[in-house]
Write a protein that binds this ligand. Structure first.
Ligand SMILES: C[S@@+](CC[C@H](N)C(=O)[O-])C[C@H]1O[C@@H](n2cnc3c(N)ncnc32)[C@H](O)[C@@H]1O
Length: 189
């Protein structure tokens, strides 16, 4: 757990501080709608998941912060689950889409988290990870600020995220736009 409960403190204001910007790339990369369940891992207040709730029969928001999840509970159509992404309480192949937005750099164990996201993804399903791109100066600056405020952030460049995925790199696409990177991987059927 982090030294300070940053997300617990931010939870009531989180969506005012960080309003959702352009979510078009997400829709494109997730290839929505789908007819199976979608997981938003590290999904916090459900800020992103709520925009996707009509595009899948079940939208699960998994997060370790109960204060962030308390905001998700208030949104209709989401299923909040309190858990760490390193140990997801779902059977193998549960979700046809798995999403992680702006959270991978916050988890304790990135390798284990990626292995778990992959495990719960159904064969033929898509994993989409959005991360601030640490190769850009603005994100390097954010990384310094997060260190100063004692967040345990650890940003990885997109190529390193791809290397950590338990799949051949040919099955993974990386898209960059501004200071964000999207890693899109399809699990073989
Ligand atoms: C920057 S917020 C992003 C929230 C959401 N994805 C969004 O874009 O609005 C990062 C989230 O990751 C969660 N988180 C950090 N480490 C985690 C872990 N190991 N397991 C589950 N959630 C975690 C935090 O509690 C927080 O809600």
């Amino acid at each position: 757990m982090p030294l300070l409960d940053h997300f617990g403190l931010l939870a009531p204001f989180y969506e005012k501080l960080i309003p959702l910007q352009d979510d078009k790339p997400l829709w494109e990369y997730l290839q929505l709608p789908v007819d199976g369940p979608l997981l938003d891992a590290g999904g916090g207040t459900g800020r992103v998941a709520v925009t996707l709730k009509d595009s899948a029969p079940q939208v699960v928001v998994a997060d370790e912060s109960f204060k962030m999840l308390r905001e998700a509970v208030r949104k209709d159509g989401l299923q909040p689950v309190g858990t760490q992404t390193e140990r997801l309480p779902f059977p193998e192949g549960t979700f046809v889409r798995v999403l992680m937005v702006d959270a991978l750099h916050h988890v304790d164990d990135q390798r284990r988290t990626l292995a778990e996201l992959w495990r719960v993804l159904a064969p033929g399903g898509l994993l989409v990870i959005e991360e601030p791109d640490i190769r850009t100066w603005s994100v390097k600056w954010i990384a310094v600020m997060e260190k100063v405020t004692l967040m345990r952030s650890h940003f990885l460049p997109p190529s390193r995220i791809v290397d950590l995925l338990p799949v051949n790199g040919d099955a993974v696409d990386v898209h960059t736009e501004g200071f964000n990177a999207w890693i899109v991987a399809r699990k073989p059927s």
